[in-house]
Write a protein that binds this ligand. Structure first.
Ligand SMILES: *Cc1c(COP(=O)(O)O)cnc(C)c1O
Length: 385
């Protein structure tokens, strides 16, 4: 079945023939001799014992995400960060090395710097678009390569299949945070990645009203990660799972509209006299446009641009917007606008931001599903006034 159908239909365990998956608000389940035996036999994942282990609503979401990402199984978490932390802690121990890049979510960077380092894990930051740098850095101690498939805010595109080849030759796993792409615009597992991680708080939830995370991979890896999830405790709540399931029913049409609107707005901005530069993978002017066409089904809903002037001019522009709202986060139905310098990248110095390519006056637009012309009119009048 195609993704549009997979999004709409739940593959849950049928009770009373209900069309939607109900929220199973139970912390525990009755025990039987059969269940005791399954637990003893190590078949915990198949057994309903306790909701941190397994819940029918959450399980339905996990199965749906596994189908959408073309993986064998999935495990849901209380947040994207719980999913990412558990991914690291499943594969990395003292003395191991992780290769990643500075182009990662601030929360992930903070986790690596403040927690994983303290556990004796070596972290090396490379340029995620440079296969040469990865080849030079990888060693026998490297156990994981972790990148975001579309980065924030520079929207760098990762060549998943090439990096997967390097990782597998050296016996390490490739994990991809695919939050920006969603399973509609890219399927990293099909390109050779071993693990795909999502913050469900963005496009999957899609309405800026939920926090959640999910990991999709092989049965074997998910079984390992599920055991860690039980120990560290970052399970998803069934009410959360229900709302994400409901959101995913419209994921395919929302993403189509995000893609369409973002492209139209990127083109509009590229021709605007008050805009210095536009970054969007769907623009022919974009440096990685050819790779983007190869690895993405759609170019996504995020557009980054630089207004003429400096950060002050950027702030002035944002505060004149009426339809677009100034807020962190992304992936909701409404257009959100923010500046990396005082949000996602505020933990860096001016010098570090400059080195990374985060320029003065840089704006990140998470384009929503509103009428595109209304958004353009809003941006146009804010740029001119
Ligand atoms: C938001 C985000 C996260 C963190 O997810 P939470 O659900 O907020 O914990 C991780 N990676 C990326 C790319 C994100 O955008």
């Amino acid at each position: 079945m195609k993704k549009g159908t997979l999004c709409v239909h739940d593959d849950g365990e049928e009770v009373f023939g209900s069309i939607t998956t109900p929220i199973y608000l139970t912390s525990t389940y009755t025990l039987t001799d059969e269940k005791y035996k399954k637990i003893l036999d190590g078949k915990n994942r198949e057994t309903y014992v306790y909701t941190r282990w397994k819940n029918p609503t959450t399980r339905t979401l996990e199965k749906k995400m596994a189908l959408l990402e073309n993986g064998e199984d999935a495990v849901a978490f209380s947040s994207g960060m719980a999913a990412i932390a558990t991914t690291f802690l499943t594969f990395l121990k003292k003395g191991d090395e992780l290769i990643t890049s500075m182009d990662i979510y601030g929360g992930t960077f903070s986790l690596l710097q403040n927690e994983l380092r303290q556990h004796g894990i070596k972290i090396t930051y490379v340029e995620c678009t440079s296969l040469d740098e990865i080849l030079e850095t990888i060693s026998d101690k490297t156990k994981m390569i972790f990148f975001e498939s579309i980065t924030n805010p520079l929207l760098k595109i990762i060549d998943v299949s090439q990096i997967a080849k390097i990782a597998h030759e050296r016996g390490c796993v490739l994990a991809i945070d695919s939050t920006f792409a969603t399973p509609i615009n890219q399927n990293p597992l099909e390109q050779g990645a071993d693990i795909v991680v999502h913050s469900a708080s963005k496009y999957l939830g899609g309405h800026s009203d939920i926090i959640g995370g999910i990991v999709v991979s092989s049965k074997e890896i998910i079984e390992k990660m599920w055991k860690k999830m039980i120990r560290y405790g970052g399970c998803m709540d069934p009410q959360q799972a229900y709302r994400i399931l409901r959101s995913i029913k419209t994921l395919h049409i929302r993403i189509e509209r995000h893609n369409e609107n973002a492209l139209a707005i990127a083109q509009f901005l590229e021709n605007h006299e008050k805009v210095e530069k536009v970054t969007y993978p769907g623009l022919p002017s974009y440096s990685q446009h050819e790779l983007a066409k190869k690895v993405l089904y759609g170019f996504g809903g995020v557009v980054t641009f630089i207004v003429n002037g400096n950060d002050e001019d950027g702030l002035k522009f944002m505060r004149k917007l009426k339809v677009c709202k100034e807020a962190a986060s992304l992936g909701g139905v409404e257009t959100l606008v923010s500046m990396p310098f005082n949000t996602s990248h505020s933990y860096l110095t001016d010098e570090e931001r400059k080195k990374m390519g985060i320029r003065k006056g840089m704006i990140r637009l998470s384009v929503g599903i509103e009428n595109a012309e209304d958004i353009m009119r809003d941006i146009h009048s804010a740029l001119l006034s």
